[in-house]
Design a protein around this ligand. Structure first.
Ligand code: B12
Ligand code: SF4
Ligand code: SF4
Length: 391
């Protein structure tokens, strides 16, 4: 006979006039749902005005590029995501959750086989099915399900109240909130670094209408970057323009995932062999060296995506691309954008063996409708010294 797991009891705090949340119990609930760490942050958030001001500077400098949602303003002209109070005036706390995807696989900065491209490790993930097979997984879906289970338990225990669950796509600054919640510090590479788990972590947020019992803010983690500048020195496109300051329009993650059209030629050489996202400023970070390997059956590594050969990616037809990346974050960038990135990586490889594939692309009837791919192919051919007759 199996016993049903008991739900942790969430007691309304008797000292408070309204129902209030117990930070320790929420953390336990999040860990039981599968998160690596979690912390409940009372609102308003300490340093909230500073985070808003930083976002203002980022947007004013044009660093958001085509990511217009980062610059969305409310009726008073304030940046919606700059302060949690703007999109969620009813909110009194946020549960910040973190899931590690740290694995033992090689780093993008290690020597690799000739012709290998690089897919960012956050997109390598797969989940194990009950029959032992594996299917591509996307952290957005995996974490949202966990967050919703925490949310459902809270509603079952505490009754009606407003709440919103987000993974990545919500109108809030997840890293600033996670730092305020004590889940780590914002490193010079702009990533949230947990002192034990490093920065290969995903973040998720559950915005809650209920206050925190006691309301004391969690202890924050002091900055432990010290005098290190490895990430700033390693960034190949100069996207890290200063400590904790990024011009996202220069970041390879932006260029290969978010940006539509041709990657600016002056940055294309710096993109190197990255075909989807970039891990360089995290791969060089000493805080990722000793982080424990994550044991998460829904975020396992698909070894075929580690150091993939450019020929293999280039040879995928649209249907094969869909089959390989169905359920994976890579699918969101689209088939043509992936080919564009592969063409750039081929141009950067110095390998003449890619010239026939690149030339063949110019014969494709659909190419002209897709400026990004066509220009990337022409750029690659000229970089490989084969661009004469192709313009
Ligand atoms: C837009 C976006 C991007 C853009 C811009 C990134 C950027 N640095 O701004 C691009 C496409 C380039 C990108 C890349 C990546 N991203 Co991204 N991205 C986002 C998104 C959707 C919004 C970020 C944002 O608002 N940027 C604007 C800037 C101004 O805000 P910010 O970076 O959050 O910085 C704030 C704090 O860092 C703070 N701050 C700055 N200095 C200091 C100093 C101190 C002391 C403190 C406390 C705070 C602080 O100020 C800023 C504003 O308040 C978030 C999800 C979310 N909703 O927050 C994911 C998110 C940040 N990305 C994530 C990931 C995993 C990545 C990649 C690793 C993916 C990859 N491998 O290719 C790279 C990492 C590149 C890098 N070095 O940051 C994770 C980060 C997890 C972590 N541990 O940090 C997030 C949280 C998604 C998630 N739910 O897990 N991303
Ligand atoms: S992700 Fe890559 S391009 Fe972006 S800041 Fe880090 S090293 Fe630079
Ligand atoms: S590489 Fe060094 S400076 Fe950069 S985030 Fe890591 S510890 Fe901080």
């Amino acid at each position: 006979m199996t016993t049903m797991p008991t739900m942790p009891q969430l007691r309304p705090d008797e000292t408070m006039p309204t129902r209030a949340l117990d930070a320790g119990q929420l953390r336990r609930l999040a860990l039981e749902a599968g998160f690596t760490e979690a912390s409940l942050l009372p609102l308003p958030m300490g340093q909230g005005a500073t985070a808003d001001a930083r976002l203002e500077e980022f947007v004013a400098a044009g660093f958001a590029g085509q990511m217009e949602y980062l610059a969305r303003r409310d009726e008073q002209g304030r940046l919606v995501r700059g302060r949690l109070e703007r999109p969620f005036p009813w909110a009194q706390s946020v549960l910040l959750c973190m899931a590690s995807y740290h694995g033992p696989a090689p780093r993008s900065v290690d020597a690799a086989a000739e012709g290998a491209g690089w897919i960012a490790r956050y997109a390598w993930t797969a989940r194990r099915e009950p029959d032992g097979s594996r299917r591509a997984s996307d952290y957005h879906k995996v974490l949202l399900k966990r967050l919703r289970s925490v949310e459902a338990t809270l509603h079952a225990e505490m009754g009606e109240f407003q709440s919103r669950a987000y993974v990545d796509t919500g109108p809030l600054l997840e890293r600033a909130a996670a730092a305020a919640a004590g889940l780590g510090w914002v490193g010079k590479n702009t990533c949230l670094i947990h002192p034990r788990h490093g920065s290969y972590t995903f973040l998720a947020a559950l915005v809650l209408e209920l206050p925190v019992a006691g309301r004391e803010a969690p202890l924050t983690v002091p900055d432990r970057c010290g005098s290190c500048t490895r990430c700033l020195d390693a960034c190949p496109t100069g996207a890290l323009i200063g400590p904790r300051q990024m011009d996202a329009t220069r970041c390879i993650a932006y260029l290969t995932i978010e940006h539509r059209g041709m990657i600016p030629p002056e940055l294309a050489a710096g993109v190197g062999r990255q075909v989807f996202g970039c891990d360089i400023c995290q791969d060089v970070c000493p805080w990722n060296r000793k982080a424990p390997v994550a044991q998460d059956a829904q975020l396992e590594t698909r070894s075929e995506l580690v150091n993939p050969q450019l020929e293999w990616l280039a040879g995928l037809g649209q249907a094969e691309f869909e089959a390989l990346f169905n359920g994976s974050p890579v699918r969101r960038t689209g088939y043509r954008s992936l080919l564009r990135n592969v063409a750039i990586a081929m141009g950067n490889s110095g390998l003449g063996r890619y010239v026939p594939w690149l030339r063949a692309q110019l014969e494709e009837p659909a190419l002209e409708q897709d400026g990004g791919l066509e220009q990337a192919v022409r750029w690659a051919l000229s970089r490989l010294g084969a661009g004469r007759e192709d313009g």
